[in-house]
Design a protein around this ligand. Structure first.
Ligand code: ATP
Ligand code: MG
Length: 797
């Protein structure tokens, strides 16, 4: 081994150093969480460049997210200087896009091909299904796409899929796949899975192209190798394995690149996207003469946290047991809390954060994890109310999510039919056969007759040029809206209106019938929105339009207008950026799903929603394989914590406004009892049905939110609202006290975004990192714009 005092080996233990300086044979570094795998990979890149004179352009490093890539690049640049910029550090998808932009013309595509996202794919598959005359009940686009995605991850093109089809069903799927690919080609487009498959096929079809890249990339490094799928594995193999088809004499062949992969089978959490845990388990068979290095010391967490995580993952069968230890000391015990409901849980988290901050912690040290995106909503609301700055990573903030905006657009349009934007937004959402041409006809008609868009829709029969089918569909839509309007006029509760809207519009059914995992998330988010509306409707807080006498008599039924107004207040508060370089900036609390947390670490972690049916997810309860995947996710979550870990669950949690009682997560039973300090147990619960006024929307911290001029805020009718505004204003002021710079959206190629003035777009290229990242975004008729993401008002959809 080179001298341990070399600056690039500083702060590494012996096996870590061995991995950094290893030369030659393929190298596998397997190790548990927090043992320095990513650190070793980063140092190795620096070592290759500075000690082994590797040209930075000959290095290909693969990370799981673009964010991780940006950080790694930055870190290497700190170590070896600016020439590090020539390396390729990116996700598999981004690397393949780069290759394909150069080479794909050989396959007859133009180099400016578009990348289709999930929505585009679905639209296309719907067209395909229609063309093939498939019964939509039997062949849903989501299911077809899921099947197609599996084929692509297995590198099977339509011909092979067709050859392998053995029954009617498979034949139909294969036919859909065939036509889908043809349509993509006609549109000069690739979907996400195509990016990898096409690159692999290109290398197979054109050995000289593969040779170019084999010559170019002398070093290939892959982080999070346990989450690679077969296509990604094949790509690595093509670049780094001996080429059996190469008949040239040994001396003329290009030696394969040096390969290093790092990973942890216990952290494989993307099987639902085709990740194959066998890739890491079989590495030594796949790459004969491979070297393996095991890291056993964890540098991230206290022994208490580590023991807890090891105990949980120890329940998975058929894994290689690992000895992972830490010399960070035992640290504090894990703190546990059993909450009455999800709001109580969020309040507990918020109080604990307050105490930690009072004791000198930075808010930026704290992360809150949950299983599904929808769970962020309640934390967001409590944090907004208490003025606790926060950011949501890897997901769109609750009220900015497409499905939530769609649902609210329905309500807005019902409350105000003149709200054209909302009306147009939902007119054909879900698809009800009112196409662009029909909208154009109605718009022209409205202009000519000086009608509002809504009036024009109602009189669509008089609109010239409107196809009969469109007219029928518009008439049905108008009928639906009028029926819903009469519900609102009759004083129906907002939650009932919302549920009816989601049902009757077909919005919910469309999502539920889909097989796209994203759509399942959307259903969960809508359930969450119904819970919000329900809470609001149950809440005696009067809205702005309430009559004070009615309030006193307890007669208030908050109306739809009131609901929309309150939602607007929550939705408007800004995200607050975190500037780690500013010593006065204490940062913001980070909210994210467990999947997003992979690879990250935080001094303080709150792991929430530990209930059977939430985490582990209800889908996994009866399925051993899925349950083990959930347990790996728990292992990932627990091992993100460095010093303090808080775990919590709620006895009652609302979904679809209906409270459900979930039993404690089985993962809680797997924790050694002596490691957890339960601050509150189920036995100590107060009755969960207690009306909890202090938790209601926007009220102050105690007592009923309305009544005898609470807080001297004036008439009781408005007090709730004003209190609420005050909380929002506090959050706002906190935001303004910081710099107005925006959170730089973490964009990936192909992401759909919305820009304040250019509207919807698709990301086509990304250059630069962090502050300097610039994206070219295709805004359709608005053209392609190059935007400095730090300032551009774009939001990922
Ligand atoms: P994960 O499995 O979660 O991806 P990992 O194995 O990639 O974890 P790293 O993130 O590289 O682990 O390292 C975990 C933490 O330990 C980091 O803060 C890192 O800087 C630190 N660390 C790693 N090795 C050492 C070491 N030899 N001495 C001190 N700190 C170290
Ligand atoms: Mg890592």
């Amino acid at each position: 081994l080179p001298a341990a005092d070399h600056p690039l080996l500083d702060g590494l233990n012996e096996p870590q150093r061995a991995a950094v300086v290893h030369a030659g044979a393929p190298l596998l570094v397997v190790a548990g969480a927090g043992s320095g795998k990513t650190r070793v990979l980063t140092r190795r890149i620096a070592w290759l460049i500075s000690q082994r004179q590797a040209h930075p352009g000959s290095i290909l490093a693969i990370t799981f997210t673009n964010k991780a890539a940006a950080e790694m690049k930055e870190r290497v640049e700190e170590l070896v200087g600016k020439r590090a910029r020539l390396m390729w550090v990116s996700t598999f998808h981004s690397a393949c896009v780069r290759i394909l932009r150069k080479e794909i013309d050989r396959f007859g595509f133009k180099s400016n091909f578009s990348i289709y996202d999930a929505q585009d794919q679905k639209r296309l598959m719907q067209l395909v299904a229609t063309d093939l005359d498939l019964d939509p009940r039997q062949y849903q686009p989501g299911a077809l796409l899921h099947w197609v995605s599996n084929q692509k991850n297995e590198l099977k093109d339509p011909e092979e899929a067709t050859r392998e089809a053995h029954n009617k069903l498979e034949e139909t799927y294969a036919a859909a796949y065939t036509l889908y690919q043809r349509r993509l080609r006609e549109a000069n487009a690739l979907d996400f899975d195509d990016l990898i498959m096409t690159t692999v096929h290109l290398f197979q079809a054109f050995p000289e192209v593969r040779e170019t890249y084999r010559r170019r990339f002398r070093h290939v490094l892959v982080d999070e190798y346990q989450d690679t799928n077969h296509a990604q594995y094949a790509l690595i193999h093509q670049l780094c394995a001996d080429d059996p088809e190469d008949a040239r004499p040994e001396a003329e062949r290009v030696a394969p690149a040096e390969l290093m992969v790092v990973g942890d089978a216990d952290q494989s959490i993307y099987a639902f996207r085709g990740a194959n845990i066998r890739n890491i388990l079989d590495f030594e068979q796949d790459f004969p003469n491979a070297t393996s290095i095991l890291l056993e010391q964890n540098y991230r967490s206290t022994q208490t946290i580590l023991t807890a995580a090891n105990a949980v993952i120890g329940n998975n069968k058929g894994r290689k047991a690992k000895r992972l230890w830490s010399d960070a000391g035992d640290g504090e015990r894990i703190v546990g809390y059993v909450a009455d409901d999800e709001r109580d849980e969020a309040r507990f988290v918020s109080q604990q954060i307050d105490e930690l901050v009072d004791a000198g912690r930075r808010a930026g040290d704290v992360a809150v994890f949950y299983r599904t995106n929808a769970q962020s909503r309640v934390f967001e609301e409590v944090f907004i109310r208490t003025g606790q700055p926060y950011k949501v990573v890897g997901g769109v903030r609750f009220y900015e999510r497409k499905e939530v905006r769609d649902a609210l657009a329905y309500l807005r349009m019902l409350a105000n039919p003149d709200d054209q934007v909302s009306l147009r937004r939902i007119l054909n959402t879900p698809k009800r056969g009112i196409g662009d041409r029909a909208v154009e006809c109605v718009t022209l008609f409205a202009e000519r007759e000086r009608l509002t868009f809504w009036e024009a829709l109602r009189r669509a029969a008089e609109a010239p040029g409107l196809a009969t089918r469109s007219l029928t569909n518009i008439t049905a839509f108008v009928g639906l809206v009028e029926e819903l309007q009469s519900m609102v006029a009759g004083g129906e509760r907002p939650d009932v209106v919302l549920e009816t809207v989601l049902e009757r519009s077909g919005y919910l059914t469309a999502l539920e019938e889909s097989d796209d995992p994203q759509d399942a998330t959307r259903v969960e988010n809508l359930a969450e929105l119904v819970a919000v509306a329900r809470e609001f409707s149950d809440d005696p807080l009067p809205g702005p339009s309430a009559d004070p006498d009615d309030v006193d008599a307890g007669l208030v039924t908050p109306g739809l207008d009131d609901f929309l107004e309150r939602v607007a207040l929550v939705a408007d508060s800004d995200q607050i950026p975190d500037d780690p370089d500013d010593p006065d900036d204490t940062g913001v609390v980070t909210l994210m799903t467990l999947h997003t947390a992979k690879g990250l670490e935080f001094p303080v972690v709150f792991l929430t929603g530990l209930e059977d049916g939430v985490f582990p997810h209800s889908r996994a309860l009866g399925d051993q394989t899925e349950l083990e995947e959930e347990r790996r996710l728990a292992y990932v979550g627990l091992t993100r914590a460095r010093e303090r870990l808080f775990i919590s669950r709620a006895v009652v949690r609302s979904a679809w406004g209906a409270p459900s009682h979930n039993p404690a997560s089985r993962f809680l039973d797997e924790l050694p009892v002596d490691l957890v300090d339960w601050r509150r147990t189920e036995a100590q619960q107060t009755s969960w049905s207690r009306p909890d006024l202090s938790s209601s929307w926007g009220s102050g911290s105690s007592g009923p939110a309305y009544g005898s001029g609470s807080g001297g805020l004036g008439a009781p009718t408005a007090s709730g609202r004003r209190n609420f505004s005050a909380a929002a204003a506090r959050a706002d002021a906190a935001a303004k006290a910081k710099k107005p710079a925006r959170e730089i959206p973490a964009l990936e190629l192909g992401d759909r975004v919305v820009h304040d003035s250019f509207g919807l777009g698709t990301v086509v290229t990304i250059e630069g990192v962090a502050e300097k990242s610039v994206a070219s975004i295709d805004f359709g008729s608005e053209g392609v714009k190059r935007l400095l993401l730090r300032y551009a008002p774009v939001q990922k959809l």
